[in-house]
Design a protein around this ligand. Structure first.
Ligand SMILES: Nc1ncnc2c1ncn2[C@@H]1O[C@H](COP(=O)(O)OP(=O)(O)OP(=O)(O)O)[C@@H](O)[C@H]1O
Length: 270
């Protein structure tokens, strides 16, 4: 969903919808102005990606987003020689493009990426602000407009997948969490078109689920899943069915836990 805001008398930019939840917008802008990299920590589906897209639009910058996974290598970010019509040709990866263009590069779940990625990120995220491209022998100095943003979910972390202190300590960091109930009601209602009065019990349900402990849930329900449930309800699906497919099934495979969640739904919708 997008909305159009007037940023200055002469400028009108299509902004992704983002409801700020704290000081994050000011922090992002200050980090950008100072050429400092930013790490966003928080659970899945709490608005980190949307926040980066929103800030990029505010600053009028393109954003290159990379969803990191355990096979993602430095070459995937930097680029590689490809065979084209019998000739080999260098093709920039998303990180190199962002550096060349002075754009924002967003590495989602950076902790998943292969170890050689850190080697690339270190000189780019300290005072050198340099991208080394071994294959071409280039050393690119990042221009003022370049910004590196990364995210990771501390909840998923296992011993093998941790950001090393030498990497963490190159980024400013900010913790994200699910928004306060009033903000989350506004967000889910705006995203789904379901009126706030019907979103409120969903957000209450989410609060109870997030507070559950000792149950076999890896993580609490995300704002993203709440918007899915609300969208189904706005399309006239029954509350029980919408919650089953958009909240209960995505959260757990365990029949006992599913039943406990359905019991919770009955107490709220009673
Ligand atoms: N503050 C917010 N303002 C607007 N929308 C929000 C906000 N927080 C969450 N959302 C909604 O939640 C959805 C998921 O957010 P987003 O994709 O940014 O999550 P994320 O934290 O990047 O998750 P992941 O780590 O899994 O990529 C968005 O599509 C949007 O609908």
């Amino acid at each position: 969903m997008t909305m159009t805001l007037d940023l200055s008398p002469s400028a009108s930019v299509d902004l992704p919808f983002y409801q700020p939840t704290g000081m994050e917008c000011g922090l992002f802008e200050t980090a950008y102005e100072n050429g400092l990299p930013l790490l966003l920590k928080g659970p899945t589906g709490c608005g980190k990606t949307r926040f980066v897209e929103y800030m990029a639009a505010i600053l009028g910058k393109p954003v290159y987003t990379v969803a990191c996974h355990d096979d993602l290598s430095a070459a995937d970010l930097i680029g590689r020689y490809l065979l084209k019509g019998g000739e080999t040709e260098w093709v920039d990866g998303p990180l190199t493009r962002a550096v060349r263009e002075g754009a924002i590069c967003y590495l989602d779940e950076v902790v998943e990426a292969r170890k050689d990625v850190t080697v690339v990120l270190h000189p780019l995220t300290d005072s050198r602000r340099t991208l080394m491209i071994d294959r071409t022998g280039e050393e690119l100095a990042a221009p003022k407009g370049f910004m590196l943003v990364a995210s990771y979910n501390p909840g998923y972390q296992n011993v093998l997948k941790r950001l090393k202190p030498s990497t963490r300590q190159r980024f400013l960091s900010i913790s994200f969490d699910f928004p306060e109930p009033e903000v989350e009601i506004a967000v889910v209602s705006a995203e789904s078109g379901l009126e706030p009065g019907r979103v409120a019990p969903l957000v209450r349900l989410a609060g109870h689920i997030r507070a559950l402990s000792g149950m076999d849930l890896e993580e609490g329900v995300s704002t993203r899943l709440l918007t899915y449930a609300a969208r189904l309800m706005a399309s006239n699906m029954s509350v029980d069915q919408a919650i089953q497919v958009a909240i209960i099934e995505p959260l757990t495979d365990e029949p006992d836990v599913q039943q406990a969640l359905r019991d919770l739904v009955s107490t709220i919708y009673g």
